[in-house]
Design a protein around this ligand. Structure first.
Ligand SMILES: *Cc1c(COP(=O)(O)O)cnc(C)c1O
Length: 393
C-alpha cells in the first residue's frame, strides 16, 4: 500500500485518519483527553492502547499521530514522535538514551542550543562529552570507543554548510555499538537519505522547512519503533515536551507542499550561489553544489542537492555586512530558516554572538559572514536585491 507511494503522494496522504464524518482536510482534535465508554475500557486502554486509542494529549493525539506517521513515512523510519520544538526533540533524543557514566561524541559545529545541551546539561548529569571536527573522519575514529553510547551531529552545519559524512561516521559508531543521532534540519527531509546512510535516529526542528511559513515551533524524532516507543516516548510523555494538536495540524499542512518548496528553494539557492561567486566584494561563497565547495562530491552523494541555504563572506567585515543587510529590500533580516520568505542572518552578532572569539574562528564565523535562507520569491528578484545590497556593502 503506502510502501509503493512516492514522496509527493506520501506528503499529501500518508498517515491520514478520518473521523465518522469523513472530513476531507485533516481534523484538529483540540482535546487534551478522551472519553472511555466504560471503566473496563479505561482499564484496558491503560494496559495497552490500540492503534486508534488515545489516553491523554501529552501521550498522543489523533492529529499529532497523523503528523508522526506522515514524517516517518517520508523519512523511511518505522516510527516518529512529535515534540513541542526542535530543541525538545534534540534534548529528548539525547537524554532518553544517556545516563551517568556514558560517553558521547559530537561534532563541534552545532546550533547554539544543541551545544548548550551537550556542554552544559548532559555533563551536569555525569555524561562525558567529546567534541570533534565533524568533517574529519579520523577525528571521529579517534574519539569513538566501545564506551561511546551515542554520537551526535548536524549533517550540514550552521552557518558554514560543512557536511558530516553520515555513512562514514555511522560505520565507525556502529562498529563500537554507539547509536547515531543526526540533526538533519539543514539537509531538509526532502534531500535526506540519512536512514539509508546508516543513521539510527533523525531529528528535525519542524519550525524550519516543514512548517515553512514561520508560524509555529515544532520538532520530531524519527527512528525504529523500539527506539521511539520504548526509549523516547516514555521520556517525552512524562517530561512534557509533546507537540500540540494545533501545531501538528500546521505541520501536516506544511508537508503537503514540502517537496515543491524545498526543490524550488534549492534551485533558487543554486542560481544565487552561482551569481554571487566571484563577486569582487565577497571573500567566498559557500554552497555545497558549487564545484568550489571542499565537500562538493560528498554533498552530491549524500543529499543530491546543495540545499536551501547559501553562506557568503563580505570581505570588508562587519560594518560592510551591516550596510549590506540594511540595504536589502525583499530579503528580511531575521534568524529563522526554511521559510517562504528569504532571510538574511549575520551569525557573528546574532545566532552565534555568545561564542568566544576562538570558537568563532574555529567554526569560520567571520565578521562579514552572511547566512541566506532562500525563500520562494522569484529568483531574479532575489538576485537583483542581493546585487543592489552588495553595491552598498
Ligand atoms: C532551529 C534548529 C534547532 C532548534 O529548533 P527549534 O524548533 O527552534 O527548537 C535545532 N537544530 C538546528 C540545526 C536548527 O536549525
Amino acid at each position: 500500500m503506502t510502501d509503493t507511494w512516492k514522496t509527493r503522494t506520501k506528503l499529501v496522504h500518508e498517515g491520514s485518519r478520518r473521523s465518522q464524518y469523513g472530513e476531507m482536510a485533516e481534523a484538529i482534535f483540540l482535546t487534551q483527553g478522551f472519553v472511555y465508554p466504560t471503566a473496563e475500557d479505561a482499564e484496558a486502554r491503560f494496559v495497552k492502547a490500540g492503534e486508534d486509542e488515545f489516553i491523554y494529549a501529552r501521550y498522543g493525539n489523533p492529529t499529532t499521530r497523523m503528523f508522526e506517521e506522515r514524517i516517518a513515512g517520508l523519512e523511511g523510519t518505522e516510527d516518529a514522535f512529535a515534540t513541542a520544538s526542535g530543541m525538545a526533540a534534540v534534548s529528548g533524543a539525547l537524554t532518553s538514551v544517556l545516563r551517568a557514566g556514558d560517553h558521547v561524541v559530537s561534532a563541534r559545529a552545532l546550533f547554539g542550543s544543541c551545544l548548550y545541551i551537550l556542554e552544559e546539561v548532559l555533563t551536569r548529569y555525569g555524561v562525558q562529552v567529546t567534541f570533534v571536527d565533524g568533517a574529519d573522519l579520523e577525528a571521529w575514529r579517534a574519539a569513538i570507543t566501545p564506551k561511546t553510547k551515542a554520537v551526535f551531529f548536524e549533517s550540514m552545519s550552521n552557518p558554514t554548510l560543512e557536511l558530516v559524512d553520515i555513512r562514514g561516521v555511522s560505520e565507525i559508531a556502529h562498529a563500537n555499538g554507539a547509536l547515531v543521532i543526526v540533526d538533519n534540519v539543514f539537509a531538509t527531509p526532502i534531500f535526506s537519505r540519512a536512514v539509508d546512510q546508516g543513521a539510527d535516529v533523525i531529528v528535525y526542528s519542524t519550525t524550519k522547512h516543514i512548517d515553512g511559513q514561520g508560524r509555529a515551533l515544532g520538532g520530531v524524532v524519527c527512528g525504529t519503533q523500539a527506539f521511539i516507543r520504548k526509549t523516547l516516548e516514555p521520556y517525552m510523555k512524562h517530561t512534557g515536551g509533546s507537540m500540540s494538536p494545533f501545531t501538528a495540524w500546521i505541520m501536516l499542512n506544511g508537508m503537503a507542499t514540502l517537496d515543491l518548496r524545498c526543490r524550488a528553494m534549492a534551485q533558487s539557492a543554486a542560481a544565487i550561489a552561482t551569481a554571487l561567486e566571484g563577486h569582487p566584494k565577497l571573500a567566498r561563497v559557500i554552497y555545497p553544489s558549487l564545484a568550489s565547495h571542499p565537500q562538493h562530491a560528498l554533498a552530491m552523494a549524500q543529499m543530491g542537492s546543495g540545499g536551501t541555504l547559501v553562506t557568503f563572506d563580505i570581505a570588508a567585515g562587519k560594518e560592510a555586512a551591516f550596510r549590506f543587510c540594511n540595504a536589502l529590500d525583499i530579503i528580511k533580516i531575521s534568524n529563522n530558516l526554511g521559510d517562504a520568505k528569504s532571510i538574511a542572518t549575520h551569525p557573528a552578532t546574532t545566532t552565534h554572538q555568545r561564542l568566544p572569539q576562538d570558537q568563532k574562528d574555529l567554526l569560520g564565523i567571520t565578521p562579514g559572514l552572511i547566512r541566506l535562507s532562500v525563500g520562494l520569491e522569484d529568483t531574479d528578484d532575489l538576485i537583483t536585491d542581493l546585487m543592489h545590497a552588495l553595491d552598498h556593502a
